[in-house]
Design a protein around this ligand. Structure first.
Ligand code: FMN
Length: 268
């Protein structure tokens, strides 16, 4: 694992030989339970500061010399970021809201599980871990549509055409992931939970894009549909933040152009 010139780069079980930026992390606080999968935890706890030979040190470009890291005392926990900025930026710009998918090709639940696991690495205030996930595939997608449509009738929401569309629209991609957010009696926490869920969703969208999956963030017809919440196995006060369509991409739409970015810098 640590045979590469700059020391090993541990990342989901893969080894990379690219130059790495190495960031020490605090060990997980047992108070908050295990972080990540057991495999990742085991990998992380096995990481020690790589010992480089003099020659290896000389071979590194100046900017990759990990001088401050080398000063860190083992057993520091390390997360090693090997993703070049431009690659990450390209991924962010490439992600599209798209339903151009191969509807004959299944999206395995295992793949979606990986995406949900990555959502958990988003920041969230007070560590409330507010996201909830339910995956619909096969006939489950029809049951999702029926549950929404039935509640739309009960609530007198939408017209007949909208309800009829709701019945079948989740069949447009092979997988549909409902992402919910837990409730909090405190309004500021309620909002911040939702912010955290949105941050988690973005993790998922980017990771899915990197795998070749098309994603589409859809708003639920009713964010508090009781039948859908029950079908998902969520608590009744969870709110649906995203009905995410997922499928293997076959092409994609052009990117909607972004407005010019402005940043105010207040320096004094
Ligand atoms: C909170 C939220 C809700 C959205 N709901 C819908 C939706 O119901 N229908 C839809 O077509 N797109 C929806 N979108 C996707 C946006 O339309 C899309 O992000 C936007 O057009 C920019 O396109 P891009 O994602 O390809 O960059 C939603 C996005 C967000 C963040």
């Amino acid at each position: 694992m640590f045979g590469a010139p700059f020391g090993a780069v541990a990342n989901g079980g893969h080894s990379f030989c690219e130059p790495a930026i190495v960031v020490p992390m605090r060990p997980p606080n047992p108070k908050y339970g295990a972080v990540g999968s057991p495999e990742v935890s085991a990998l992380m706890s096995a990481v020690t500061v790589p010992k480089l030979t003099h020659r290896q040190k000389q071979q590194r470009p100046e900017r990759e010399r990990l001088t401050w890291l080398e000063a860190a005392k083992p057993p520091a926990m390390l997360a090693i970021m090997s993703v070049p900025f431009e690659s990450l930026a390209e991924l962010m710009r490439t992600r599209r809201t798209s339903m151009f998918v191969d509807n004959e090709r299944e999206v395995p639940a295992k793949v979606v599980e990986q995406l949900c696991e990555l959502a958990q690495w988003a920041p969230n205030h007070k560590r409330t871990w507010p996201w909830r996930f339910a995956l619909f595939t096969g006939n489950g997608r029809s049951r999702l549509g029926e549950a929404f449509a039935t509640d739309m009738v009960d609530r007198d929401f939408g017209d007949d055409a909208k309800r009829a569309k709701t019945l079948t629209k989740y069949l447009r991609t092979p997988a549909v992931l409902v992402v919910g957010c837990i409730a909090d009696p405190k309004p500021s926490m309620h909002d911040e939970n939702r912010d955290a869920v949105a941050a988690g969703i973005q993790n998922m969208l980017l990771a899915a894009t990197s795998l070749g999956l098309a994603t589409y963030w859809g708003t639920a017809p009713l964010i508090d549909s009781p039948r859908v919440l029950e079908l998902c196995g969520f608590d009744a006060d969870v709110r649906i933040i995203n009905v995410m369509y997922l499928g293997w991409a076959v092409g994609g739409p052009d990117a909607p152009p972004r407005p010019p970015m402005t940043l105010q810098v207040i320096d004094a």
